[in-house]
Ligand binder design. Sequence first.
Ligand code: C2E
Ligand code: CA
Ligand code: CA
Ligand code: CA
Length: 279
Amino acid sequence: AMYEVKRKGKNSYYIYDEEKGANLFLLNDLHNAIKKEELTVYYQPVIDVQTKDIVAMETLIRWQHPIYGIVPPNQFIPLAEETGLIVPIGEWIVKKACRQHEQWRKNGLKPIRIAVNVSVKELQDRHFAKRIEAILTETNTLPEWLELEITESIMVYNEATISDNLRRMKELGVRISIDDFGTGYSSLAYLKRLDVDTVKIDQSFISDCPHSYYGSVITNTIISLAHHLHMNVIAEGVEQFEQLLYLQEKGCQEAQGYFLSPPLSSDEATRLLQKGMCH
Ligand code: C2E
Ligand code: CA
Ligand code: CA
Ligand code: CA
């Protein structure tokens, strides 16, 4: 066989992507995935560490493939990036996220931040900012409710289109968040240049907390850096109660992870928001 389909859980299969053939196979299907409404969005809550209130939802894409079941983003986002398909997919996600946010507000829920992951490829498109602006207007979403999660890897490109798009977003009031902070590009100058609002401490550091020296020191240092630069800080990948306690003690504002809540379907996320808290 050109590919190997692996089973993962009860109804979920995925393709083992060591062979190029598997990717080609998936790519054909990915072209049609939006049209056939196979892509869906999950929402993972971010909580205020002190109050446990939900302060944001991060959108995470899922592909419900008719044969393979749920294909995780790590398997198809790189393909979508290589082929440029990420541009229409990314636009679809922002629209979906903002419509969901509008729906929550119409249900009388207090507005929270909605975070969307954005690839370099999307920011290299010179129509990016214009499209986001149009979606915000169409869904009556205030720019400060939207947070774009980018990774440090964007900084190595140093392209005018990318910085223009990010500057237009900032001028509009859209928030910029640095995902997987501490794992990529090592210069910190961009924090100032881009006027970053939020840093997300990578889950590899959090999973080392509180027992490993390196993980804890790096976590403390990022929290302190964020405080001094007046940026919001989110700890990602919180899986244990003692990690949450540790973050509370160190003054980390926000946290996200399986211990608090896994990514949820739209219905599950709505029910949780009606409750307002994760515990
Ligand atoms: P990410 O943005 O760093 O998202 C965090 C990933 O960690 C998610 O995996 C999430 O389900 C998972 N996670 C959450 N809490 C925990 C935890 O406590 N422990 C552990 N071990 N994992 C946790 P997911 O949904 O499979 O997404 C993987 C990556 O795919 C994301 O990493 C992001 O880089 C990318 N991605 C997901 N959705 C999108 C999207 O809509 N657009 C783009 N461009 N990329 C996306
Ligand atoms: Ca993210
Ligand atoms: Ca991350
Ligand atoms: Ca990641």
